[in-house]
Design a protein around this ligand. Structure first.
Ligand code: ATP
Ligand code: MG
Length: 243
């Protein structure tokens, strides 16, 4: 079953007299367990598309079906529930809270779910271990390298046990070796846990870790490229931690 379907999805932004058509009549089906990349020039609609998929926004027209369920007409509260239960987000600039340590950052989505402290702690530690940061859980973001901060952000995305990970330029702020580590983690989660991953990227070398690449241009799908042999990233344990 497809985990995600976009049918004739358009998104128009109206600012006074001016209307920007950020996405035009997008049709796309993503199967469960897929690793999909979205590429395209700046302004082509990549973030708009990811935000729609992530239920952070709604289509102006068309339908969006997540796990067999139409979401375009749901209330804001229902959309928030779906985000919380079903989707994990990873952003270019990590979006960690600076005053909280890694573990507290990872626990946050569970607090919104009303989970008790003991269960939260257990799950946060597991998620941090899954990204190789079990030992660093008491460090605050400023005490971690960029790659480590992104791994904390991935742990936070994972902790709620989502089916779908959405990542907007997850390696955009990282050097290429560290970016490679992030790809290795995504590929492991995709392969071992069957997580569906949709990532936006400017870098072709990053995009080719997925098995399909959607090329957007001017808010439309220009073509969908099949990647017969996706690049395989290896996890390295050599990143030098910042004290
Ligand atoms: N809130 C908004 N109001 C008006 N126009 C917007 C808004 N958000 C995005 N747009 C416009 O929609 C179009 C697509 O924007 P989007 O952010 O999706 O592009 P992108 O492909 O993610 O670009 P980048 O690579 O620079 O991140 C752009 O023309 C942008 O200016
Ligand atoms: Mg963008």
């Amino acid at each position: 079953m497809p985990i995600l379907e976009l049918k004739g999805v358009s998104r128009r932004y109206k600012n006074g007299q001016i209307t920007v058509e950020a996405l035009k009549e997008i049709d796309l089906t993503v199967e469960e367990g897929e690793f999909l990349s979205i590429m395209g020039p700046s302004g082509s609609g990549k973030s708009t598309m990811l935000n729609l998929i992530g239920c952070l926004d709604r289509p102006s027209t068309g339908s969006l079906i997540l796990n067999g369920r139409h979401v375009e007409k749901l209330s804001d509260n229902r959309l928030a529930d779906i985000r919380n239960q079903f989707i994990g987000f990873v952003f270019q600039s990590f979006h960690l809270l600076p005053d909280l340590d890694a573990q507290a950052n990872v626990e946050l989505p569970l607090i919104y779910r009303g989970m008790g402290a003991k269960e939260r702690r257990k799950r946060a530690v597991e998620a941090l271990e899954a990204v190789g940061l079990g030992e660093r859980r008491r460090h605050r973001p400023c005490q971690l390298s960029g790659g480590e901060q992104q791994r904390v952000a991935i742990a936070r995305a994972l902790v709620g046990d989502p089916a779908l990970i959405l990542a907007d330029e997850p390696t955009g702020a990282l050097d290429s070796r560290t970016g490679n580590t992030i790809m290795a983690i995504f590929q492991r989660l995709n392969r071992d846990k069957g997580l569906t991953i949709v990532q936006v990227t400017h870098e072709r070398d990053i995009a080719l870790h997925g098995s399909r690449v959607v090329h957007l241009k001017d808010g439309m799908i220009e073509n969908i490229e099949q990647v017969p042999e996706p690049l395989v990233a290896r996890e390295e344990e050599t990143e030098i931690p910042v004290a």
